[in-house]
Design a binder for this molecule. Structure first.
Ligand code: BES
Ligand code: MN
Ligand code: ZN
Length: 498
């Protein structure tokens, strides 16, 4: 779908489908919707009066001009109550409109920016949200299956604005949205790919192409490289893997030590069988999403490069499968991580924290102002917060925590603070090593976080994104499957960094 911005009256634009909007409880539409209403001889007002159109959120009314204007159809999307309207309302309205257009097999769509008129939102932000909602909602994974006919795709989306003074701001928002949506699409693709395709090698190839595109420094460390770096945690998990493990490092402005440094670390388990502590087979296929953290980091790095953010941003993704094998690590093994901390293995299914341990230690060398890790780490987090509701957040720094919560609210990729009390350390005490890799059933989400805390020496945020990376049902602008969760959150956090 090609996106462009145009100054003019939406009713005179060349397109087969026009998208305008309506707030709840508005009886006579104004602005662009009002202009279309007039061009249609009051057809929209009439539908409002009869109660057929209400402007409620989620509603999409379809009108047929029958020659009154050039377009074949006009979609009126409901924005809901004006008092509670925000950018999430814009994304959802745009998504509902474009999905209806797609269903009607539209080819050329024109839309206004939702929320920038009487909605009173910042024009650039509203334009970004309009384009983001449209692109994210029409994302489709190119699945490997035979289909009777190719799925319908909209060719063009024209953003139309009457006020010439707003066009530049809309163009800015639109360009940013396209960069962000492309990052989300990469993350979704990687999660959607089957685990025999989205291997550590595939993740590394993706990282290489992102690096070439944006002039990043890149390291793809193999087993031998990891051994040189004493990455005992990462290598323990990789021991049973048939697929070669890859420790990926991407550097945006890597040599600019004058800039603030933020490191992103993503768990990259391309398939989590549990290893010797094998998981039940029921729903094990969902564990192809166990690289959702790494996917989010790669997607975010792509956007960081595209927007050329004035920061030094490092993306780290330890990638391997977790398999049962004659060579696999076992419960009772004692492993030494790259900072010298020894770990007694209780469960080989607590593998995420093992690879993250070395990822977090590796971050130290950059002397970062902040490190954010994202990991589909614990089922306990999903039990606590619910499926698709929010990531669990743990932080050593209240300021960072607040910045992350604010970013999550703004982009509607929510995070929710959980406690990082030292008392949780009791649960991971070991008789034979410094710590053990599982603290048992109670407080499983917090004991995994306190485990990770043994490997950091900088301001840190840990996000447990189990339950966020994969969506069984999908939602307004997120189709079923990989969600790309974390990309927009990280980009918003980085853009707001001061
Ligand atoms: N990848 C899983 C966590 C997970 C569960 C992610 C559900 C997404 C949805 C992780 O590696 C795991 O197996 N965690 C164990 C930890 C336990 C062994 C301490 C868990 O949550 O049961
Ligand atoms: Mn596991
Ligand atoms: Zn896992």
């Amino acid at each position: 779908m090609k996106i462009s911005v145009q100054q003019g009256e939406i009713q005179s634009v060349t397109a087969d489908t026009l998208i305008v909007n309506l707030f709840d409880e508005v009886t006579s539409p104004s602005g662009a919707t009002g202009a279309v209403d007039q061009a249609l001889g009051g057809a929209i007002s009439e539908l409002i009066a009869s109660g057929d159109l209400t402007g409620k959120a989620g509603e999409v009314g379809v009108l047929y001009p029958r020659g009154a204007i050039a377009a074949k159809r006009v979609l009126v999307v409901g924005l809901g109550k004006r008092s509670s309207f925000n950018l999430e309302g814009v994304r959802q309205a745009a998504a509902n409109g474009i999905k209806q257009a797609q269903k009607l097999k539209a080819k050329q769509v024109a839309t206004i920016v939702h929320g920038a008129g009487i909605g009173g939102l910042d024009v650039t932000a509203a334009a970004q949200a309009t384009v983001e909602g449209s692109l994210l909602a029409t994302y489709r994974f190119a699945a490997t299956k035979q289909e009777p006919e190719p799925p319908h795709a909209i060719d063009t989306l024209t953003i139309v604005e009457f006020d010439g003074g707003k066009v530049a701001a809309i163009e800015t928002g639109s360009v940013q949205a396209q960069a962000i949506a492309a990052g989300v699409a990469i993350a979704r693709d990687l999660v959607n790919m089957p685990p025999n395709v989205a291997t550590p090698t595939k993740l590394a190839e993706t990282a290489v192409s992102i690096a070439h595109e944006h002039n990043f420094n890149i390291i793809v460390g193999d087993r031998a490289w990891a051994a040189e770096h004493n990455m005992g945690g990462f290598l323990a998990v990789a021991k049973g893997a048939g697929e070669p493990p890859k420790f990926i490092v991407l550097e945006h402005n890597g040599d600019r030590e004058d800039l603030d440094t933020i490191v992103l670390v993503g768990k990259g388990i391309t398939f989590d069988t549990g290893g010797i502590s094998i998981k039940p087979s029921e729903r094990m296929e969902a564990m192809k999403s166990d690289m959702g953290g790494a996917a989010a980091v790669l997607g975010a790095m792509k956007v960081v490069g595209a927007l050329d953010l004035p920061l030094r941003v490092i993306g780290i993704a330890p990638c391997t499968e977790n398999m049962p094998d004659a060579n696999a690590y076992r419960p009772a093994d004692v492993i030494t991580a790259s900072n010298g901390v020894t770990i007694e293995i209780i469960s080989t299914d607590a593998e995420g924290r093992m690879v993250l341990a070395d990822g977090l230690v590796y971050a130290t060398r950059y002397n970062p102002k902040a490190v954010i890790d994202l990991a589909t780490l614990t089922g306990a987090c999903v039990i606590a917060l619910g499926q698709g509701m929010a990531a669990g957040l743990f932080s050593t720094d209240d300021g960072l925590r607040d910045q992350m919560v604010a970013a999550g609210t703004a982009v509607h990729e929510r995070v929710w603070p959980l406690p990082l009390w030292d008392d949780y350390k009791e649960a991971i005490k070991s008789d034979v090593a410094d710590i053990k890799n599982s603290g048992g059933r109670f407080g499983g989400v917090a004991t995994s976080a306190i485990f990770l805390k043994q490997f950091i020496n900088y301001p840190w945020v840990h996000l447990d994104i189990a339950g966020m990376a994969l969506s069984e049902k999908g939602s307004t602008y997120t189709p079923r499957g990989g969600t790309g969760y974390g990309v927009r959150l990280l980009v918003e956090f980085l853009r707001n960094w001061a």
